[in-house]
Design a protein around this ligand. Structure first.
Ligand SMILES: *[C@@H]1O[C@H](CO)[C@@H](O)[C@H](O)[C@H]1NC(C)=O
Ligand SMILES: *[C@@H]1O[C@H](CO)[C@@H](O)[C@H](O)[C@H]1NC(C)=O
Ligand SMILES: *[C@@H]1O[C@H](CO)[C@@H](O)[C@H](O)[C@H]1NC(C)=O
Ligand SMILES: *[C@@H]1O[C@H](CO)[C@@H](O)[C@H](O)[C@H]1NC(C)=O
Ligand SMILES: *[C@@H]1O[C@H](CO)[C@@H](O)[C@H](O)[C@H]1NC(C)=O
Ligand SMILES: *[C@@H]1O[C@H](CO)[C@@H](O)[C@H](O)[C@H]1NC(C)=O
Ligand SMILES: *[C@@H]1O[C@H](CO)[C@@H](O)[C@H](O)[C@H]1NC(C)=O
Ligand SMILES: *[C@@H]1O[C@H](CO)[C@@H](O)[C@H](O)[C@H]1NC(C)=O
Length: 805
């Protein structure tokens, strides 16, 4: 009985427990199910694109993952997926439908920049946040809609990375090739800035219509082939980018010498391209957004692949790309924001269409929750698949770019670009150097088109139109060491040689690109110079010549018209004068050191000293006694022999000793000064310049010579010489001849020229002439002439430094 009652109690307890558990479970599951509110979200994607399919699967996975780990959330996003079929109008009408009929709270998409343009305005009006993960054109930001969110980087974030690559390899000209729509054109204004900062020019922009046929693309590529530039920046989505590379490959533009850089338009999707496209893209460089490798990301990739292949069995070779990560993060961000904004007012306020007289298209309500949802979205921060997610001014912030090189079966990472450090080999941020670098040494080895590792020069002789630089060279009779033009009648060729030409050729050899050129002598048909140097330089500013190479002096006046490179010779101009023999070479030179009054004073002094010593000594000293003639002789002898400190007579009187001490002291100073003066007099130059001062020439109206055709003439006129005083000479020999004649016979007494010529002249006639040590006038030496703003100036100057050092 007792046992039975015990069992009954136990049964009751078990039953009670079971009921309690059931109730608890019921209540819990009820509370979880009853409180979730479905929130409608539209998805407008162009599902003919593989990347859109990737995005959609990532959105789906994102929400599944998110609500699995946040099951306590009150809201659940309910997706309404539509396919825009690559039509801007379809996308727009679908967006209107979603807002009007479905009354969605937000729209993910649209896929392309062109579709986004209209949908963003629509969202702005209806206060429905538009969250795109793939419309990357910077032009969309100009719509300034607070309801537009870009869970992606805009295209202008990468332009500095492309600028750094171009700078790293020293290319001077770049041709952008882009799709002729909002997407393609959007990047161009942003791309020109960083290129101009590194002095890269864009000689041509190639716009290819999105609907261009293969024939159109081929025609455009053939046109590019005829130009000099061999560096192309391609900003395109896979269609028509794939076709562009296939055709470029077919017509031989993927060979050695060509450089292709793709923006993230193709770079981000390069791993989804077919193997035939990869084959035609061998050697292409590219940038793409870097996705940090995390365990979570690796795990996601595996799960995504399983799901994607199950949903799309035909797309087995497709890989996850950064758009998938952005789509994943966009969905997560939206789910978080919707929960934060609450699900109280999911309706639309229709009041605004009652009073207005709008067409049907614009009879949209205003989402009541829109403002709060948009605010919540802009404040959403979390660690997403593509890194830290936070939208600032409606956009994801710029991060790191990977530099890739298409090689073999796919792409290879060759380096990174970060806004702070520029190009780096790896992302080791602990490294000590903090400076921005754009050095090609920071990149891993690159295989260029044509399967080569040597860096293309980026500039080549165009295939048909020959655009060679026309380089003027001065023609002259003398000083041919600098430039010499010789005509060979038998072969009808002109040969240009000389120091300036040698330096120029050496500089071109070290330039990182090829410069085709031809020398054009500045001469009349009969071989005479066609004008002065100033006229030659002017030909460059008139555009008749592309450069002047020769002994052209850098002057301020000329530099107003043209650009000069760094001088490659010594600067300044000076005066050459004859050396004349020193006339003062007489046997009486030994008297020179002392003036005649000093000689006289000295003579009187020693007679006087002799007298004083005699007066003081002759009474007490035997040596000064005797016959008067002996006394006079001894006294004078004593006084004189002190000159050479050879006196033998003893002095007895203290007074006389005092006098002698004074005399010895005076004599010592006198002899020392005499010796020193005489020594310097004898070692002084036997030759001296005939003229030492320019003013002397002007005052005495002496003739001076100048190098004919050179700017020195103007300088001399400015110094105050008269025309009649100025006599031109063409060669060192002629100059020498003029000197021999002298001013009196129509020759010259001095000549003016620039340092390099003067040195040459003095080397020929070393002992006859001298130049004045400080240059008479300052110039900046010889420099080559280029048109104003020529990109070659900086490079050739740098080359000059390399060569002369
Ligand atoms: C994800 O896709 C599957 C079908 O492929 C669907 O059943 C599921 O509801 C989707 N999940 C979300 C959150 O949309
Ligand atoms: C139900 O919601 C509670 C919080 O409200 C949560 O702790 C619990 O995990 C949820 N249960 C399920 C089965 O999702
Ligand atoms: C606004 O227009 C829609 C149809 O486009 C209509 O259904 C709705 O009633 C209108 N709202 C008001 C307040 O008139
Ligand atoms: C609306 O437009 C129609 C003609 O398009 C016009 O007759 C009508 O007066 C307008 N109504 C208002 C309120 O402006
Ligand atoms: C928006 O948020 C504010 C406070 O954050 C709240 O007072 C307001 O009711 C919200 N509006 C809607 C439509 O939910
Ligand atoms: C594009 O993104 C970069 C980096 O986030 C930003 O600095 C820039 O302002 C953006 N450009 C536009 C037009 O939004
Ligand atoms: C970072 O640098 C250290 C030494 O400087 C090196 O051992 C390490 O492998 C580097 N890390 C990466 C990711 O390159
Ligand atoms: C020499 O060459 C020039 C062009 O370089 C040409 O105009 C001229 O006719 C040629 N003269 C002879 C004799 O071949």
């Amino acid at each position: 009985m007792k046992k039975r009652r015990g069992a009954k109690v136990a049964d009751a307890l078990v039953f009670y427990c079971a009921v309690m558990t059931l109730c608890l479970r019921l209540s819990v599951s009820q509370s979880n199910t009853t409180t979730t509110v479905p929130v409608k979200v539209g998805v407008v994607l162009d599902l003919s694109h593989t990347t859109a399919k990737i995005g959609l699967s990532c959105i789906n996975m994102s929400l599944s993952d998110f609500y699995a780990s946040h099951s306590h959330y009150n809201t659940r996003l309910l997706l309404h997926v539509t396919d825009s079929h690559s039509h801007v109008i379809t996308a727009a009408s679908q967006a209107i439908d979603l807002i009007k009929v479905e009354q969605v709270q937000a729209i993910i998409g649209p896929f392309t920049t062109m579709e986004a343009n209209f949908v963003i305005s629509l969202g702005d009006r209806a206060h429905v946040p538009i969250v795109t993960f793939s419309a990357t054109s910077p032009s969309l930001a100009s719509l300034r809609s607070p309801y537009f969110f870009r869970a992606a980087q805009n295209d202008s974030a990468q332009v500095n990375a492309i600028g750094a690559i171009v700078q790293a390899f020293g290319w001077k000209n770049v041709v952008p090739i882009y799709t002729g729509n909002d997407y393609g054109k959007g990047i161009i204004p942003f791309l020109t800035n960083p290129l101009q900062q590194v002095y890269v020019q864009i000689p041509y922009q190639s716009s290819i219509s999105a609907s261009a046929t293969d024939e159109d693309i081929k025609a455009e590529l053939y046109k590019l082939m005829t130009m000099q530039t061999r560096v192309f920046v391609v900003h395109m989505t896979p269609n028509p980018g794939e076709r562009l590379f296939r055709i470029a490959y077919e017509i031989g533009m993927m060979n050695f010498g060509y450089v292709w850089i793709v923006t993230d338009g193709l770079g981000n999707e390069v791993n989804s391209l077919g193997s035939s496209v990869i084959d035609s893209m061998q050697g292409v460089l590219g940038v793409r957004t870097y996705v940090p490798k995390t365990e979570r990301h690796d795990d996601f990739k595996v799960r995504w692949r399983r799901k994607f292949v199950k949903d799309n069995p035909t797309l087995v070779h497709t890989d996850l790309n950064v758009f998938g990560n952005w789509a994943y993060d966009a969905a997560t961000a939206l789910a978080m924001a919707v929960e934060k904004a609450g699900a109280k007012n999911l309706g639309f306020d229709m009041r605004n269409n009652a009073s207005g007289n709008f067409s049907d298209l614009l009879k949209l309500g205003v989402s009541e929750n829109g403002e709060n949802l948009s605010k919540a979205l802009s404040e959403t921060r979390f660690s997403g698949m593509s890194g830290e997610f936070s939208v600032i001014e409606g956009q994801l912030q710029a991060s790191t770019f990977e530099i890739i090189n298409v090689n073999g079966k796919g792409e290879r990472q060759v380096g990174f670009w970060t806004p702070g450090k520029g190009i780096t080999r790896d992302l080791n941020f602990t490294s000590t150097s903090t400076a921005y670098s754009s050095s090609r040494n920071n990149l891993k080895p690159i295989i260029w088109p044509g399967d080569t590792s040597s860096v293309p020069k980026g500039w080549d002789n165009p295939t048909n139109k020959k655009k060679t630089m026309r380089i003027g060279v001065p023609v002259k009779k003398g000083f041919t060491e600098f430039v010499k033009v010789t005509h060979d009648r038998s072969t009808n060729t002109t040969d240009v040689t000389g120091f300036c030409i040698d330096v120029f050729k050496a500089v071109l050899a070290v330039l990182p690109y090829a410069v085709p050129y031809e020398f054009i002598p500045f001469e009349k048909p009969d071989g005479e110079p066609a004008g002065t140097y100033d006229e030659l330089v002017n030909q460059v500013s008139y555009g008749n010549l592309d450069a002047v190479v020769g002994d052209t002096t850098i002057t301020a006046a000329r530099s107003n018209e043209v650009d000069f490179i760094m001088p490659y010779t010594e600067s300044g101009g000076t005066m050459i004068v004859l050396l004349v023999k020193n006339k003062h070479k007489s046997p009486w030179n030994f008297l020179k050191p002392l003036t005649w009054d000093l000689w006289v004073t000295t003579a009187f002094s020693f007679i006087y000293v002799a007298f004083v010593v005699w007066v003081l000594e002759h009474r007490i000293n035997d040596a000064f006694r005797g016959p008067p003639s002996h006394q006079i002789g001894t006294s004078l002898w004593f006084s004189f022999s002190i000159l050479v400190f050879a006196h033998r007579e003893k002095i007895v009187s203290n007074y006389a000793r005092f006098v002698v001490i004074m005399w010895v002291f005076v004599v010592l100073i006198l002899t020392q000064s005499y010796t020193a003066s005489l020594a310097s007099l004898l070692t002084v130059h036997q030759l001296r310049p005939s003229v030492t001062d320019v003013n002397q020439l002007i005052k005495n109206k002496l003739n001076v010579g100048y190098h004919s055709g050179s700017f020195v003439y103007g300088m001399l006129k400015k110094m105050g010489f008269q025309d009649s005083q100025l006599i031109p000479f063409g060669s060192p020999e002629q100059c020498d001849e003029l000197f021999t004649q002298g001013s009196a016979k129509g020759g010259i007494d001095a000549a003016f020229d620039e340092m390099p010529n003067v040195k040459l002249f003095l080397a020929t006639y070393c002992s006859k002439y001298a130049s004045m040590a400080p240059p008479t006038f300052r110039t900046d030496g010889y420099g080559y002439v280029f048109p104003k703003g020529s990109p070659l100036v900086a490079d050739v100057s740098r080359g000059i430094l390399n060569v002369t050092q």
